[in-house]
Design a protein around this ligand. Structure first.
Ligand code: GLY
Length: 369
């Protein structure tokens, strides 16, 4: 078991990584105020697989737990669902000092976190992430948001949780495709800032993806520690440091938009492809070696993740993909900073990228692989 602090002064909190955390949370004094009322917001999968054991320990400790189920996947990150959830939390009499529990994947964490950010101008919440992607990325760092007609995550707030419990047992019930998609975010930490971790992942990908206990714990804890360091340095993404966590996301979001944010391409799969594209584009600009770009491609492929956008069957060209990028919230004065590579383990923010050149590169990628 690992405990990773996210050092943010008065908003600091710990991320616990280990097995059996949901069962032990009350006994270990981690979960708040059993004995009173508690609100649990969760998605159907999390409730079906882990709801009973969590509710059991909370009820045994004397908590009256009100449960709210979030339906509809990514579509639940909407104005209407936000309104429904905040009204429900108000109806439960949630107070600022309470800790609303958010159990599930990124959708539940983002929606509940945002609801808590605006509820009574800021109510506490605890993240109980049950997907690999949520454990290593979205539950840590306080980004909360909903989607609007104009794009993903365009309305939101920075609102840090007061605790994150990443219970590795929850990963055992994840569909394999979702586990692999989450692995893309794990690999991201190696590619952007830790060559040693990247090499370790290349040697241990099968063990991580088979959930061998030591391997999955090392992968998740190392990823969260990397994120915690970056968030502590640049909580609100102002210095450029936190922006490095967007490696693969600018290309990836364009691919998700081109595929209609559908099940055809999961977010983690888009990030995997985006990382490959960022590495190849870096090599094309001579920022990194072709060998490094190929190593990133091999590591993505080794995890059973997609590496070629030509295989997506997209009915659009590079210019259309770049048009999706123009809606990115990171656009600054008509230019878009891209996270590119100098080498594996050394990403940087390139502010001199011409979108027309990216469109040409994407046309090549759509045709040549
Ligand atoms: N998912 C990127 C970040 O939290 O900054």
């Amino acid at each position: 078991m690992a405990v990773i602090p996210v050092e943010l002064g008065g908003r600091s909190y710990d991320v616990h990584v280990g097995r059996g955390l949901l069962e032990r949370a009350v006994a270990d004094g981690l979960l708040p105020s059993p004995g009173g009322g508690l609100c649990l917001v969760a998605d159907g999968n999390a409730l079906a697989h882990h709801g009973e054991r969590l509710l059991h320990v909370l009820k045994e400790a004397g908590a009256a737990v009100a449960v709210y189920e979030v339906h509809g996947g990514e579509a639940a990150k909407s104005w209407s669902e936000l309104e429904r959830l905040t009204d429900w939390l108000l109806a439960q009499g949630v107070e600022r000092g309470d800790r609303v529990l958010a159990m599930g994947g990124g959708v539940v964490g983002d929606l509940t976190g945002f609801a808590c950010a605006i509820l009574k101008r800021g109510t506490g919440f605890v993240q109980l992430p049950t997907t690999l992607l949520a454990q290593v990325d979205s539950s840590v760092g306080g980004k909360t948001a909903i989607n609007t007609a104009a794009g993903k995550n365009l309305v939101g707030a920075f609102h840090q949780p007061s605790l994150v419990l990443a219970d590795l047992d929850t990963l055992a019930t994840l569909p394999e495709r979702e586990l692999r998609a989450g692995y893309a975010e794990v690999l991201k930490y190696g590619v952007l800032g830790d060559a040693e971790f990247f090499d370790w992942l290349c040697a241990n990908a099968d063990a991580v993806l088979s959930l061998v206990p030591d391997a999955i714990e090392h992968a998740v804890a190392t990823s969260i520690a990397a994120k915690a360091r970056i968030v502590a340095e640049d909580e609100r993404e102002t210095s450029g440091r936190r922006a490095l966590l967007n490696l693969g996301h600018t290309f990836g979001h364009a691919l998700e938009a081109a595929t209609g944010f559908s099940e055809g391409l999961l977010h983690g799969e888009a990030v995997a492809l985006g990382m490959v594209l960022a590495a190849r584009y870096s090599a094309r600009r001579d920022d990194c070696s072709l060998d490094d770009a190929e190593r990133v491609t091999r590591a993505v492929s080794q995890a059973g993740l997609p590496t070629e956008i030509s295989a997506l069957g997209l009915e659009c060209d590079g210019a259309a993909l770049v048009d999706h990028m123009r809606h990115d919230k990171k656009m600054q004065g008509g230019t878009l900073p891209f996270v590119l590579l100098r080498t594996i383990g050394a990403a940087f923010l390139a502010k001199d990228v011409a979108l027309e050149d990216v469109a040409l590169f994407l046309d090549e990628q759509l045709q040549t692989h």
